[in-house]
Design a protein around this ligand. Structure first.
Ligand code: AP5
Ligand code: MG
Length: 219
């Protein structure tokens, strides 16, 4: 199968992580979530994690140089040679340009950028209701995506769940502001490259998955 390189873009809570995991399972393309990488670095207390912790808890963007080198190192690894889904990166025009340069230097390019479009007013409920299996990382929602058996992860049977430090109504507003001020400007960048595809993220999770899968299957 040919290597597919995708970007998922959209505001906090639009469903990037949910859909990236589904594409990973269905098309066997690895998910690279910069938020997950940073949370791991914070938990392990690495130098990058120490730098990022307070910035993430405040809902702001971590510095471009930190994130660009983190992603650059990751996508150079052998398991990314068969393709990848970037979830949460790039988030600034400088990050998008750095990614273009680093791929171009190796004769590679992004195949598609999928924008998951959801209005701001729907996002606070999605984010404040989110929880995750502590064992396997499967995402859930208090209302929209409950485990089949309460308290037990559908995927791995785990019974411990976590909620993110930045998933509160106040921080969500800062994250939304960062999205509109810093991240939205990458969309015309990819529109100009003719690789932007827009999916209506207000639909249910399965409907969004169908639309996203149709884009990937057509590549
Ligand atoms: P990150 O972890 O990427 O957070 P985010 O962009 O704010 O996005 P989320 O993970 O909150 O949402 P999502 O779109 O993945 O939604 P999900 O699928 O979980 O980044 C965190 C922080 O790290 C940033 O604030 C920043 O500080 C830093 N950072 C990361 N990358 C960076 C970068 N490149 N540059 C600088 N800083 C960076 O869904 C949300 C909930 O809704 C779930 O509970 C889910 O079950 C539910 N749901 C999903 N889809 C639907 C649907 N269709 N209908 C109903 N419910 C749904
Ligand atoms: Mg996410």
């Amino acid at each position: 199968m040919k290597a597919i390189r995708l970007i998922l873009v959209g505001p906090p809570g639009c469903g990037k992580g949910t859909q990236a995991k589904r594409i990973e399972d269905k098309f066997k393309i690895i998910q690279l979530s910069t938020g997950d990488m940073l949370r791991k670095a914070v938990a392990e207390g690495t130098p990058a994690g120490v730098k990022a912790k307070a910035i993430m808890e405040a809902g702001q963007l971590v510095p471009d140089d930190l994130i660009i080198s983190m992603v650059g190192d990751r996508i150079a690894q052998p398991d990314c040679q068969a393709g990848f889904i970037l979830d949460g990166f790039p988030r600034t025009l400088a990050q998008a340009q750095a990614l273009d340069r680093s791929l171009k230097a190796r004769g590679l390019r992004i195949d598609a950028v999928i924008e998951i479009r959801v209005p701001d007013e729907d996002l606070v409920e999605r984010i404040t209701g989110r929880f995750t299996c502590a064992q396997c990382g499967q995402g859930y929602h208090d209302r929209f995506q409950k485990p089949a058996r309460e308290g037990i992860c559908d995927k791995c049977g785990g019974s411990q769940f976590t909620r993110r430090a930045d998933d509160n109504a106040e921080t969500v507003r800062t994250r939304l502001k960062a999205y509109h001020e810093m991240t939205e400007s990458i969309i015309p960048h990819y529109e100009r490259q003719d690789i932007l595809r827009v999916v209506d993220g207000r639909q249910g999770i399965d409907q969004v998955s169908e639309a996203v899968s149709a884009v990937v299957a057509a590549l």
